[in-house]
Ligand binder design. Structure first.
Ligand code: KG4
Ligand code: ZN
Length: 343
């Protein structure tokens, strides 16, 4: 069964063809990161306009690379939320147009977070991926959630962030330190220059809850940068070694916080494995520490499949359709839902 996956919820126009949920036939990603970098973050209007320009060539390229045309597709899966309204609309309407042009190809709307979780099915052995229940940590630019996956398409949200998402915290920290957007990969890169990790930054804890909070950590970083006269931005020269110390301290604090709550959740819920997904889980320190500390096997997609892509949407589409059948299919009135919830 061949599924075309379309993802436009944020700043990547991404389209992929996946066969039977696990066999990647093409994975095309047109990134807008450089376009948004000059603004220090994602500008929603710029994102939706750029999706409009790139969506058709990206679909064509994904079909070409997979040697498929519309008549070969059994299903079209598209992210219909959560995300930026204007950006989501481009994907949803393109998917509807393609489905209609292909002679009523079945159409399914996919929750972006379900997509990040299903990315793991692309790299792993099917036997490992049938041992439900799983605990899933989805950490991205917009979300930091712990989700219990009881079965295919059966999710329960057990914790979320009360303020910033982990990726948002990395992006803001990078801006405070004068680094480029997106901040996560920049912080990771500069942290490698040095691993002194100074000063020790807080690991925010919400008593009696598995929820996350990152805004206090960001405030500590701002205070440190103000003392050093790096922030607000001015003409002072900053020694990259100094930045690398505090960037590394920040990265450790975010990773420790994510791991601490995840381990507590593994203890509370009787799960057979831990699945990581979302852009932040491309971070090598997080990947290493999760594998080192988890008492259950850890499943993490390759870094390229952690950040937004169309393959994860195609895979989620395949398994949701397989498990829930035609009831799960959407009709022509499918809409973009910017605050779509999972479970
Ligand atoms: O999942 P994603 O591609 O898009 C959203 O759904 O938001 O995640 C993007 C986020 C950004 O905040 C980016 O800074 C962060 O993931 N990120 C990382 C790394 N690569 C991307 N954070 C930490 N370390 C990385 N290597
Ligand atoms: Zn994402």
């Amino acid at each position: 069964m061949k599924v075309l996956g379309i993802e436009t919820s944020c700043d990547e126009t991404a389209v992929s063809v996946v066969e039977d949920g696990t066999n990647l036939l093409s994975n095309v990603i047109a990134s807008q990161a450089e376009m948004h970098a000059k603004f220090g973050g994602i500008v929603p209007e710029v994102a939706s306009r750029q999706h409009l320009l790139t969506i058709i060539p990206t679909i064509e390229e994904a079909l070409n690379q997979s040697k498929c045309d519309l008549s070969d597709l059994d299903l079209i899966a598209v992210t219909n939320g959560p995300g930026l309204a204007g950006a989501l609309l481009v994907g949803v309407n393109s998917a509807k147009g393609l489905a209609m042009a292909g002679g009523n190809i079945p159409l399914i709307g996919i929750n972006h977070l379900s997509g990040h979780i299903y990315a793991s099915w692309l790299d792993e052995e099917p036997e490992t991926m049938s041992e439900f229940p799983f605990l899933c940590l989805v950490a991205s630019g917009g979300h930091t959630d712990l989700i219990l996956m009881k079965q295919h398409s059966e999710f329960e949200l057990i914790a979320r962030t009360r303020d910033d998402a982990a990726g948002e915290a990395f992006d803001k920290a990078a801006r405070i330190l004068g680094l480029k957007f997106p901040g996560g990969p920049e912080i990771e890169k500069i942290s490698k220059l040095n691993n002194k990790s100074y000063p020790k930054l807080p690991r925010p804890l919400i008593k009696g809850s598995l929820d996350f909070s990152f805004s206090g950590l960001k405030s500590s970083l701002i205070r440190y940068a103000e003392e050093k006269k790096w922030y607000p931005k001015n003409n002072n020269t900053i020694d990259p070694e100094d930045i690398s110390e505090v960037a590394s301290a920040f990265q450790e604090a975010v990773v420790d916080t994510l791991i601490r709550n995840t381990l507590k959740a593994i203890e509370q819920y009787n799960v057979n494995a831990l699945i990581l997904g979302g852009g932040v889980t491309a971070n090598s320190l997080l990947r290493e520490k999760a594998k080192l500390k988890s008492p259950v096997p850890v499943i993490i997609p390759s870094p390229k499949l952690c950040t937004d892509n169309g393959a994860m949407i195609a895979t989620a589409g395949y398994f949701e359709y397989e498990s829930l059948g035609t009831n799960q299919l959407h009709q022509w009135d499918m809409d973009a839902i910017p605050n779509l919830k999972l479970g």
